[in-house]
Design a protein around this ligand. Structure first.
Ligand SMILES: N[C@@H](CCC(=O)N[C@@H](CS)C(=O)NCC(=O)O)C(=O)O
Length: 196
């Protein structure tokens, strides 16, 4: 089994944190999704992360890979079906959505040709509203470190990496305090990257 990943990708980090939390050794191979067309062999969408299984079968995207790893590792990252599971999956969707918006905003911001400010503004709005919703989740209480919390921790970690000037902690005390505890977990410490 091998994870095709990019160290900066919050989605790939989510997968790696899940593996760490589950005690699964996950071999990785660096791939640049923007330039490496070979990635399409594993994921026709040419996005990271993609997991290539021992028999060569690929799995994508991060939500599918995380569920696969949870199954492989004997479970524990997903609550049993019921209100707790729906909340965890909502949290994951929210965190992933913030990352989607952040990645899109960044790509538009660094464009060398035509830059569409309306795209940047719309993605920034999604990030702000998404973070406010995460703050509400944190204020209501985030307990344990399952799939929802892992996704949330990777999302705010990505913002620290790519958008430090956004100062996402301002006005979000519950999320800021929770993120300190989350960042101290060995799985998060083992997967943190510094800005390139
Ligand atoms: N929904 C996907 C999102 C993956 C994603 O957007 N990955 C980015 C890197 S952070 C990527 O590979 N982008 C390349 C592209 O969009 O062509 C997942 O959860 O795996």
């Amino acid at each position: 089994m091998k994870l095709l990943y990019s160290p900066m990708s919050p989605f790939a980090r989510k997968v790696r944190v899940c593996a760490h939390e589950l005690g699964i050794a996950l071999p990785v191979a660096f791939v640049d999704p923007w330039t490496d067309e070979a990635l399409r062999g594993a994921n026709p969408l040419a996005k990271v992360p993609a997991l290539v299984l021992a028999d060569g079968a690929p799995l994508y995207d991060s939500r599918v890979i995380c569920q696969y790893l949870d199954h492989l590792g004997g479970g524990g990252l997903y609550p049993a079906p019921g209100a707790a599971l729906w909340r965890a999956l909502r949290l994951e969707a929210l965190a992933d959505g913030i990352c989607d918006a952040a990645v899109r905003r960044r790509m538009e911001t660094i464009r060398q040709d035509v830059r569409h400010d309306d795209v940047i503004v719309r993605q920034a709005l999604a990030m702000t509203a998404g973070l406010d919703a995460l703050e509400a989740e944190a204020a209501a209480g985030l307990t344990g470190f399952g799939i929802g919390e892992i996704a949330a921790a990777c999302a705010v970690g990505y913002l620290d990496l790519r958008f430090p000037d956004d100062r996402w902690r301002d006005g979000r005390p519950a999320l800021a305090a929770w993120s300190e505890t989350a960042a101290a977990r060995p799985s998060m410490a083992a997967t943190v990257v510094s800005p390139a």
